[in-house]
Design a binder for this molecule. Structure first.
Ligand code: FMN
Length: 307
């Protein structure tokens, strides 16, 4: 997840021993002039603190730049390349990339075939949504993707129009499972072990990908392997480890920059805090005050709010 699942987050997962089977980087933007490769993303690859294989994700709209960047990424210790055909960000979509690729299945097919021929067996995957406007577009999109013979397909089971709203469409994922010969992973709104079990059953997918649910509760990875749900102390350990790790990687260190960085993660966690704690965390500008707020919430003590 862009600006979220960064090196401090990966270090936190490693320290908590909550690790997925593999990781996909936030997208690297493949434009006609260059590949935008921010350090914050490439260091996730070169300094990957986990033992997990990591796929580099490319977002682009033209074959030549995408192939140029596939070539560039050969220097990196990655498991493979993932094509982003799902990002709904207007700026990216205006340039024809991300979910905008879904508008033109013929062009998508050409891109997929070209990327297939530029990547080694086992090293090419796609992440897509169901369509731009409607899931009725999905069968044609699947044909285009299948022509590029990906080794893995991850389906965020919503259209671009839906953004993040509405129920993920399990029937569409089932269609992908039937039509595309590679393993398919279901993605979208999986926040608990029950959600995961339900989605696997209902989609027949080989596995799942989780984004926001892991930021909210990284121990979900343990729960999915049959382990315990986290105690309050473990959640506190998560927040404080993340606070410490984010503090180590600030481009322009300052107390408020540190708190603002931490709030990018807390945005997915606020629903687990009492309203008063959320109110104070959102306004907090001092890391030590933030730590105190996290501690008081975990211990269910009165919230030391100065606002
Ligand atoms: C802040 C944010 C950044 C994201 N960045 C990316 C990205 O770089 N590449 C990508 O494929 N998906 C990205 N996504 C989409 C997620 O990977 C995922 O498909 C979506 O959030 C639905 O799954 P979830 O409910 O498990 O989070 C992002 C989502 C969010 C909320």
């Amino acid at each position: 997840m862009q600006s979220v699942t960064d090196l401090p987050f990966l270090r936190t997962l490693q320290r908590l021993n909550c690790l997925p089977d593999f990781i996909v980087t936030p997208y690297l933007r493949s434009s006609t002039t260059s590949c935008v490769m921010p350090d914050s993303i490439t260091r996730c690859i070169t300094e990957n603190p986990t033992s997990c294989p990591i796929w580099a994700q490319l977002a682009g709209s033209e074959i030549e730049p995408l192939l140029r960047d596939v070539e560039k990424l050969r220097e990196f210790p990655i498991a493979g390349i993932n094509l982003n055909a799902g990002c709904p960000a207007p700026l990216m979509n205006r340039h024809g990339a991300g979910a905008a690729l879904l508008k033109n299945p013929i062009h998508l097919r050409r891109i997929c075939c070209a990327m297939r021929s530029a990547t080694a067996p086992g090293c090419w995957s796609v992440k897509c949504r169901l369509g731009w406007e409607s899931a009725e577009e999905f069968p044609q999109i699947l044909e285009a993707i299948a022509a590029g013979a990906p080794d893995l397909l991850i389906v965020h089971a919503r259209t671009r129009r839906q953004l993040y709203a509405g129920e993920p469409n399990d029937a569409a994922v089932r269609l992908a499972v039937q039509q595309v010969p590679c393993p398919v992973l279901a993605n979208g709104d999986i926040a608990s072990r029950d959600d995961a079990e339900h989605r696997l059953l209902s989609t027949q997918a080989r596995g799942i990908m989780i984004g926001r649910g892991i930021v909210r509760n990284p121990y979900l990875l343990r729960e999915l392997r049959g382990g315990m749900s986290p105690s309050r102390d473990e959640m506190l350990l998560y927040y404080t480890t993340l606070l410490e790790e984010t503090g180590r990687e600030l481009p322009h260190p300052s107390p408020s920059a540190h708190c603002n960085r931490m709030k990018k993660f807390l945005a997915y966690c606020y629903k687990d805090f009492p309203a008063q704690a959320e109110y104070c965390l959102r306004r907090c500008t001092s890391p030590s005050a933030m730590e105190q707020l996290l501690l008081s919430s975990a211990k269910q003590e009165p919230i030391p709010c100065t606002h």
